[in-house]
Design a binder for this molecule. Structure first.
Ligand SMILES: NC(=O)c1ccc[n+]([C@@H]2O[C@H](COP(=O)([O-])OP(=O)(O)OC[C@H]3O[C@@H](n4cnc5c(N)ncnc54)[C@H](O)[C@@H]3O)[C@@H](O)[C@H]2O)c1
Length: 364
């Protein structure tokens, strides 16, 4: 079991990582009124574990929904807020999110705005949510075709990353988690990069020794960045490496492409754009692309509409002065933020990246 403390200006909390650590939750929930939000799919797969958690609290309500990008919306949020209101939840009540990033993002946002903010606890059940979305306090929903357009920064009060949930993850979801994990490899240190590269197959096979270490290391990296820049005024932008492209792929495909897999192609685009703009040296680029080559065979992409991509990127939250801003790479661990590019450069990078994945693609 690993314990990591995340410290932000207004709040500090523990992230506990390990097999079956969700059993520690009952202690936190005793004597509190709890609103559980979970994903139908996760409940079905982990009924016994989740029922045990429910049974540990006397006062509770349960809200279960189908976690999809299309349901990460106002309608679902309103239903949650409605239940919190009619069931008389109060300022000292706690929301507990049990699920992947979609459950965590919407539950966290409900907690951020109900009564101007109540406590919430994250139990990430996907690898992606454990290494990334459950930590750092970004919460929100998709709005009018833009990912995470409406949201708030609201830190959880506890994160329990129970790796036992991963036992039922399909391979495509493990790959999604790997998408965010390789991001940490590119933006942090060559040591992390090499560890991920050397242990890629073990992560894919859910070797729990490696998983525990990689989840803990990813959270340590994210925690340090969030501590330095909680509200993304500068440094935190590095966590968006590959994401400007990724969000456009997700939206243009009508969310047929999963977030984590879109991040992998997005990172490939960002690397190619870095090379084309002569920001990264050839040997460093080749080293970086070798990791993409390892992951590539497992990525499934379809439904990208190339004509829409620039238009979608224009609506990205990170843009300033009407210009799309990219996070690019100078070398492994050396990241450049707020880099601008011409439309022609952006499209060239996308075309080259999609060429890399060409046997995996059904481009519209
Ligand atoms: N807030 C942040 O900082 C942040 C960071 C990264 C991503 N995100 C968001 O997170 C979302 C992606 O998260 P995700 O990949 O966890 O998606 P998700 O919540 O949709 O989960 C992916 C799929 O896995 C299933 N699933 C969940 N746990 C499972 C388990 N233990 N076993 C089997 N199946 C399981 C779900 O039912 C779903 O079908 C996106 O909306 C993205 O924008 C947020």
């Amino acid at each position: 079991m690993n314990k990591i403390k995340i410290a932000t200006r207004g709040n500090s909390y523990q992230v506990i990582i390990g097999y079956k650590v969700s059993k520690y939750l009952s202690h936190e929930l005793r004597d509190k009124k709890i609103f559980f939000i979970t994903d139908k799919n996760v409940y079905k797969l982990h009924k016994e574990t989740i029922d045990r958690i429910y049974a540990s609290c006397k006062q509770k309500e349960v809200y279960t929904f189908t976690a999809t990008e299309k349901n990460k919306n106002f309608n679902e949020l309103e239903k949650i807020l409605n239940q919190l209101t009619i069931k008389n939840f109060q300022r000292d009540s706690i929301i507990v999110a049990i699920g992947g990033g979609i459950v965590g993002d919407i539950a966290g946002f409900a907690a951020a705005i109900f009564m101007r903010g109540i406590k919430f606890i994250q139990l990430p059940t996907t690898l992606l949510a454990a290494v990334d979305s459950s930590v750092g306090g970004k919460t929100g929903i998709n709005y009018k075709g833009t990912k995470n357009l409406i949201g708030s920064f609201h830190q959880p009060s506890l994160v329990l990353a129970d790796t036992g949930f991963f036992d039922t993850l399909p391979k495509e979801e493990i790959i999604c988690g790997i998408g965010e994990i390789i991001k940490y490899g590119f933006i942090s240190t060559t040591k992390m990069f090499d560890f991920i590269s050397d242990n890629f197959q073990k992560v894919l096979d859910l070797d729990y020794f490696v998983i525990d270490r990689i989840v803990a290391e990813s959270i340590r990296i994210k925690g340090a960045v969030v501590k330095a820049d909680e509200k993304e005024l500068g440094l935190r932008k590095i966590l968006n490496f590959g994401h400007t492209f990724a969000h456009a792929f997700e939206v243009s495909s009508g969310h047929k492409i999963k977030h984590g897999q879109a991040v992998i192609i997005g990172i490939a685009c960002a690397l190619i754009l870095s090379k084309n703009k002569h920001l990264i040296k050839a040997d460093e680029f080749n080293r970086a692309i070798q990791l993409i080559d390892k992951v590539k065979p497992f990525v499934l992409i379809n439904g990208i509409n190339k004509n829409d991509l620039i238009q979608i990127m224009m609506r990205d939250k990170k843009n300033r002065d009407g210009k799309i801003k990219f996070v690019l790479l100078k070398s492994i661990g050396e990241v450049l933020i707020d880099v601008e590019a011409r439309d022609s450069e952006i499209l060239k990078a996308i075309n080259s990246a999609l060429e890399l994945f060409k046997d995996k693609n059904e481009i519209v």
